[in-house]
Write a protein that binds this ligand. Structure first.
Ligand code: GN1
Ligand code: MG
Length: 377
C-alpha cells in the first residue's frame, strides 16, 4: 500500500466504533479489510448476534473524490429510481439484488469521523461472490447480462439527476493532458519499459479523443453509467452461478455507456487479469467478448442506437489504453492515485493494459465482426 493510503487509516477511532455509528441492528463482532479496490478502503462488517449478517463499510478516498457527499446523493437518486419502478429485485425467475444504503444512527447517509474521514455503509449481497479474473464463457455471459441489466434499470433515469462526482473520469483527452503535465517533469530513468510506454502513448494520442469527438458531433449521448464494471464488481450466486448484483456504486454518474462496455470488456476478456506478471501472455480473448456482448445486448438492445454500435470497438480499445495511461501517469507522478504494493507496481499494471490494447488492435477485424453479428438492431 502506498504511504498516502496507509496514512488514510491512521486514525484514533477503531474500525469497530466506526461501524457502530451505523444503524446496523445489534453489536458488531468484527471488521475486516475486504476486496481488492484500488482507491477506497473497504471493510466487511460482521454482526455478533448472527455472523451470517454482514455489511460493507467504506472509507472514501477524498484525494480522489473531492466531494464524497455527491456519491451518496447519486446512490440515493439511483436507488429511488429503481425502487420506484419496482425493478430492483428478482424478475423472470432470476435473483437480482442492489446494495442499499445503511443509514447512521442519526439518520444520515454517511458519517464523518473527527478527522474529516468520510464513511458509508451498504448492505452485503449474501451467498454470492466476485472473482478477480474471468472463469469461463458462462461467467462472461453472466457479466454481460449484469451490465446490460444495470444499464437497462437506469436507462430512463434522467442524466441531469446525477452529479458529476469525478470530473474528467473516462475522458481520455483529459488524462492525456494530465500525462503531458506530469511527463514534462521528466521520466524516472530510461528503462526499456518506460521507453516502450512513452512510445505507446505517443503513437495513439491523435486517436484518444475518438469518443469525445463523437459526443461533440452529437453521435453519442450522455447517460447514467456505472463507471467501473470490471470483473470483480459483478457478484455471482454461489449456487446458480448466475450474476445477481453489480456492486461498487461510487462512480454511478453521467457518462457514455461506451465507457462501461469498454471497461467491462477490457477487464473480463483479459483472462490473466490486470494484476498479472505474465506480461508476454496477456491477450484479449474474442470468445469471451462474444459471450459478454451477447449477454449485454439481451438486456440492453432496447436503448442502443445505430451510432452506439459503431463505437463499441473503439470503446474497448480506448478504455484499455486509457487505464494503461492512467497507471503510467500515476507511476510517473509517484503513485498518488492508485494503491500500490511497490514503486514499480503502476508501471507493471500500465504495461499489462498496453499489451492488452495491442492484442485488441491486432484482432480489430474479428472484434468488429462480433459487434456487427451481435449488434444489428
Ligand atoms: C479503480 O478502486 P477500484 O478498484 O474500484 C478505478 C477504476 C479502474 C480500476 C482498475 C475511481 O477502481 O477506474 O478501472 O481501479 N476507480 C477510480 O482496477 O478511479
Ligand atoms: Mg470502483
Amino acid at each position: 500500500m502506498s504511504q498516502a493510503h496507509a496514512d488514510s487509516l491512521d486514525m484514533s477511532m477503531s474500525l469497530k466504533s466506526v461501524a457502530e455509528q451505523f444503524d446496523f441492528v445489534g453489536d458488531v463482532l468484527d471488521v475486516q479489510r475486504y476486496g481488492s479496490g484500488n482507491v477506497n478502503d473497504t471493510f466487511l462488517v460482521t454482526l455478533a448476534a448472527d455472523p451470517r449478517e454482514k455489511a460493507i463499510l467504506q472509507k472514501v478516498n477524498q484525494q480522489v473524490f473531492r466531494r464524497p457527499e455527491l456519491i451518496v446523493l447519486n446512490m440515493r437518486a439511483f436507488m429511488e429510481h429503481i425502487w420506484s419502478n419496482g425493478r430492483c429485485a428478482d424478475t423472470q425467475g432470476r435473483r437480482w439484488e442492489t446494495p442499499d444504503i445503511i443509514r447512521t444512527k442519526t439518520g444520515a447517509d454517511y458519517w464523518r469521523d473527527p478527522e474529516g474521514g468520510f464513511w458509508r455503509m451498504t448492505t452485503f449481497v449474501q451467498s454470492a461472490q466476485t472473482y478477480d479474473t474471468i472463469r469461463d464463457q458462462r461467467h462472461a455471459g453472466e457479466i454481460g447480462y449484469a451490465l446490460g441489466r444495470f444499464h437497462s434499470l437506469i436507462s430512463d433515469l434522467p442524466v441531469e439527476s446525477l452529479y458529476d462526482t469525478l470530473e474528467g473520469f473516462h475522458i481520455t483527452p483529459r488524462y492525456l493532458a494530465h500525462y503531458d503535465v506530469v511527463a514534462a517533469n521528466g521520466y524516472p530513468g530510461s528503462s526499456p519499459d518506460i521507453a516502450y510506454a512513452q512510445r505507446f502513448v505517443a503513437q495513439r494520442r491523435g486517436w484518444a479523443s475518438v469518443l469525445e469527438d463523437a459526443v461533440r458531433r452529437g453521435e453519442l449521448a450522455l447517460r447514467p453509467i456505472h463507471g467501473d464494471p470490471k470483473v470483480n464488481n459483478i457478484m455471482i450466486d454461489d449456487v446458480t452461478g448466475q450474476a445477481v448484483s453489480v456492486i461498487d456504486l461510487d462512480t454511478v454518474k453521467p457518462g457514455l455507456v461506451h465507457y462501461d462496455i469498454g471497461d467491462c470488456l477490457r477487464s473480463c476478456c483479459n483472462p490473466l487479469g490486470e494484476e498479472t506478471e505474465a506480461l508476454a501472455a496477456v491477450r484479449f480473448e474474442t470468445d469471451l467478448c462474444q459471450a459478454i456482448l451477447a449477454g449485454y445486448l439481451g438486456e440492453a438492445r432496447h436503448f442502443m442506437t445505430v451510432k452506439d454500435y459503431d463505437y463499441i470497438y473503439d470503446a474497448v480499445r480506448l478504455i484499455a489504453f486509457e487505464l494503461g495511461l492512467r497507471f503510467f501517469t500515476d507511476y510517473l507522478e509517484g503513485n498518488v492515485y492508485f494503491k500500490t504494493k511497490d514503486a514499480e507496481h503502476n508501471l507493471r499494471r500500465a504495461l499489462v493494459q498496453f499489451r492488452l490494447t495491442e492484442s485488441i488492435e491486432a484482432q480489430a477485424s474479428a472484434i468488429q465482426a462480433i459487434v456487427t453479428a451481435q449488434c444489428s438492431p
